[in-house]
Design a protein around this ligand. Structure first.
Ligand code: HEM
Length: 523
């Protein structure tokens, strides 16, 4: 560097320059070495990939749009403008073709997880599966996690979901039935989170954390995570932030088991529960994910990390899907009535006791219900920006004819895939469940294979996919058979925020009992 500096200064006689001129020359030199040169080399790596010029030299454009409008809408607009491969930040490209997404998630493609995955590590010495970037270690771990998510495990999970449905119905009965004489509105955005958090903790720890019973935030967990969630969107753009967060002194700001409130309480809950199972006198032989994972020989410290991940991965995503599905139904009265009619017909012909929660097997047979769930996942896919990037392997790769050097981060724009007009029809931007019933079986299969990418694919596929579909599938019939739900007239209208998942603010609804309602089920 000194040689170069000498070369730059050589045309001048140092004695002929004033101090301020020397400072100016050195400043230009430093600017060139530390800012312009890296920017040029960053830009040139992927200069052949289409995208806005500014995005190719700085991640701040993406970060700005993410903060302003949300990542999904922004990345979707870039895909529409630039085609199947778009450069969204200097080192990130996004594809809008399902086949390519499936390819880079497959075992054979040998891609690894992108840098954002580092953010999902709470203990820097340990990894949960979702945070593992090394392919061999994640393959080993996933092999041990998978058995719990099928067969008997899934049956027990179904019982736990049923119990939380009963808790939800009990909450509605206790506090939220409106009549012409009494108006008792519910803010549904948070109640959806209470439901999914209680499901996921019941499945993981054997008992719910207690959000529904309290009808409120437990240990300020939600208050604090709501601030953190939008950061996921930004981290896709600013991976260096992830590294800084894992460096002293910022590590001091990371949540820990000693915290009295927020995310640290979840860490403590997970550590305590795992420790309890390790005691010789522990009696909790029942199925839950802690016992199942320990039985597979996963190190207890790693089981703690898996539990924490589950609570995060399994609650925000599913509650977002629950909220947007209800929102879609409330704003499409025709669909609401059709679903209600299907649900009524099912229960009218069912021999089950009114207290039994509908089985998952029956849920899968309700065609309009399935169409509604698929349609809402289609119109509002989760994480449709660059949140779950993967990294191109050492060999580099060629995608759509574009050479991507090793280390390039790549992601799929789900919204571009799930609103593709050639597959879903000219009205792909609107919620219309009928499209699923109109499509011939081959087309319907392709449509679902695309929408299913909400849960990722290949070696990254979501472990909780069936659990999430079960929660959504059971919640609607059990609620709609008993109550009419209507939006309320708020002075401040509802707003849907894109914060990796979908977060409606001010989502107030009114529950009234239906004339033909069956009795609310008791716990
Ligand atoms: C609508 C609901 C859900 C959606 C859209 C969803 C989406 C996803 C996606 C996209 C991934 C892959 C991330 C990546 O590529 O790195 C993932 C992974 C994961 N999800 Fe879900 N998820 C949902 C519900 C759940 C539930 C209910 C649970 C469990 C209680 C869960 C547990 C997990 C776990 C453990 C992983 C990590 C899998 C791995 O790293 O191989 N998810 N999910």
């Amino acid at each position: 560097m000194l040689v170069t500096l000498g070369y730059v200064l050589s045309p001048f006689s140092l004695t002929s320059l004033s101090i301020s001129q020397v400072v100016l020359v050195i400043s230009f030199f430093l600017l060139g070495v530390f800012i312009i040169k890296p920017a040029i080399s960053q830009w040139s790596r992927l200069r052949h990939v289409p995208g806005p010029f500014l995005n190719s030299i700085t991640p701040l454009v993406y970060a700005w749009h993410t903060i302003r409008d949300g990542q999904a809408k922004y990345v979707y607009s870039l895909c529409q403008k630039y085609g199947p491969v778009v450069r969204v930040t200097p080192n990130t490209v996004v594809v809008s073709d399902p086949q390519t997404l499936r390819y880079f998630c497959s075992l054979k493609a040998n891609y690894t997880k992108g840098l954002w995955a580092e953010f999902t590590r709470w203990d820097l010495k340990r990894y949960s599966c979702i945070a593992m970037r090394d392919n061999e270690s994640r393959r080993e771990r996933k092999k041990k996690l998978l058995p719990a998510w099928s067969g008997q495990g899934l049956n027990v999970m179904e019982d736990r979901v049923d119990a939380r449905i009963r808790d939800f119905l009990d909450l509605v009965e206790r506090k939220y039935i409106s009549t012409p004489a009494v108006f008792r509105p519910m803010e549904f955005g948070h109640r959806a989170q209470f439901f999914t958090l209680d499901v996921v903790t019941a499945v993981t720890f054997g008992k719910p954390w207690g959000f529904l019973e309290k009808d409120g935030d437990v240990n300020k967990y939600l208050e604090i995570t709501e601030v953190m969630t939008p950061m996921f969107a930004l981290l896709g753009a600013l991976p260096w932030l992830v590294h800084s967060m894992h460096t002293w002194p910022l590590t001091k700001l990371m949540p820990g088991a000693g915290d009295q409130v927020g995310f640290g309480c979840l860490i403590k809950l997970a550590s305590d529960e795992v420790q309890k199972r390790l005691q010789p006198d522990d009696k909790s032989s029942e199925f839950d994910l802690i016992n199942a994972y320990l039985k597979q020989g996963i190190d207890p410290e790693d089981v703690v990390q898996e539990c924490i991940t589950l609570a995060v991965a399994g609650s925000e995503t599913t509650s977002a899907a629950l909220r947007v599905t209800l929102l879609a139904l409330l704003t499409t009265p025709e669909a609401y009535r059709k679903l209600q009619a299907e649900v009524d017909a099912f229960f009218a012909n069912s021999s089950k006791s009114p207290n039994d929660v509908i089985s998952y097997a029956d849920v899968k047979e309700l065609k309009y219900l399935q169409a509604v769930i698929r349609e809402s996942l289609r119109v509002w896919p989760n994480a449709s920006g660059i949140s779950f990037t993967k990294q191109v392997p050492d060999t580099g790769d060629t995608i759509y004819g574009y050479r991507l050097p090793k280390g390039t981060e790549i992601s799929g724009c789900l919204m571009a895939m799930t609103r593709n007009k050639s597959l879903f029809g000219a009205d792909a931007d609107i919620f219309r469940p009928e499209r699923w019933l109109e499509a011939d079986p081959t087309r319907a299969e392709e449509m679902w294979a695309t929408v299913e990418l909400n849960f990722s694919a290949g070696k990254y596929v979501c472990l909780g996919k069936q659990l999430a579909l079960m929660e959504l599938g059971k919640w609607f019939p059990e609620i709609l058979r008993r109550y009419e739900i209507a939006p309320t007239n708020n002075p401040v209208p509802m707003k849907l925020i894109d914060s990796v998942t979908w977060l409606p603010l001010n989502f107030w609804v009114r529950f009234t009992k239906r004339e033909t309602t069956t009795e609310a089920v008791s716990g």
